[in-house]
Every structure is written in structure tokens, then in C-alpha cells.
Design a protein around this ligand. Structure first.
Ligand code: FES
Length: 155
């Protein structure tokens, strides 16, 4: 007579193979859950506290003719992003052009000296600070440095 093995929870402790399989499945479930949990925490952290400076690509050099005049804005391709460089009271400032709400491209309004996002009427002041509408945080600043007469964006 052939005896059919029975593996029920009652005798699981007596069968090390069954116990180790259960242990493996429990460990794998915990590890997968932890990965999803960490991913959620990372996304939440980036949303609440975006990096202060935006640095994703090689620096871009703007020669004198390419630089914005007082009160104007110039769009610069920076990696896969668009950086807006403004000249405000003689000082050059650069910001990632992606709105911090849902990534629409913001526009510089020279008359009001503000950045405007047309997607949901978001406003940022000339220092990139979110001042109205849904954007939850300031525009990401991009470093600007001088190299003689040239400007180095993302240095
Ligand atoms: S994407 Fe800019 S305000 Fe919503």
C-alpha cells in the first residue's frame, strides 16, 4: 500500500523542507514589501524636499551674444531639461524650467518679473520661490558661474 505524504500545518514543524520553503517565502515577501516601502519613502522625500540645486548634465557655456539682457530670459537646453537663465538687476540666475507642480514648462514674464506656469496658474518670483497657485516648492536653482565674459550654466 502506498502511503500519501500529508503536509499540513500541524506537522509542518516536523518537515524541515516545508519549513524552509515557508521561511523563504516569508523572507521574500518581506524583502519585496520593504523594496516597495523604500521606493514610496524615496518618492515622498523627493516631493517634500527636492534637491536644492539641479545638476544633471555637463555645464553649458553661454558666450556674450547668447546671454540674456537686463530683465530678459534665455532658454538653455541642459541635458534633457530646459533651464531658464534670467538677468535680474545685473545678476544672472538660472532655474530648471519644469514647474514643481506637474512639470509644465514655466515662462518668464519680464513685465512682472515672475515665472508663470500656464498649466494651473502657478507663479514663482524672480528668485524661483513659489508664490501663488499649486506649485508646492520653489523652482530648482541651477548654478551660474563666470568664465571671463562667458557664463557657465550648471557648473
Ligand atoms: S504644472 Fe505648473 S501649476 Fe500645475
Amino acid at each position: 500500500m502506498v502511503q500519501i505524504p500529508t503536509e499540513t500545518p500541524e506537522n509542518a514543524a516536523e518537515n524541515p523542507q516545508l519549513t524552509s520553503r515557508r521561511g523563504f517565502m516569508a523572507t521574500a515577501s518581506i524583502a519585496i514589501g520593504a523594496l516597495f516601502g523604500l521606493q514610496f519613502v524615496y518618492v515622498l522625500f523627493r516631493y517634500l524636499a527636492p534637491w536644492g540645486k539641479f545638476r544633471v548634465a555637463r555645464p553649458v557655456r553661454l558666450v556674450t551674444d547668447q546671454q540674456p539682457k537686463e530683465g530678459e530670459c534665455v532658454k538653455v537646453k541642459y541635458g534633457d531639461s530646459v533651464v531658464l537663465v534670467i538677468r535680474d538687476e545685473g545678476e544672472f540666475k538660472a532655474f530648471n524650467g519644469a514647474c514643481t507642480h506637474l512639470n509644465c514648462l514655466v515662462r518668464w514674464q519680464p513685465a512682472t518679473k515672475k515665472f508663470f506656469c500656464a498649466c494651473h496658474n502657478g507663479f514663482f518670483d524672480r528668485n524661483g520661490k513659489n508664490i501663488a497657485g499649486p506649485p508646492p516648492s520653489p523652482l530648482l536653482a541651477v548654478d551660474v558661474a563666470r568664465d571671463g565674459e562667458d557664463l557657465i550654466i550648471g557648473s
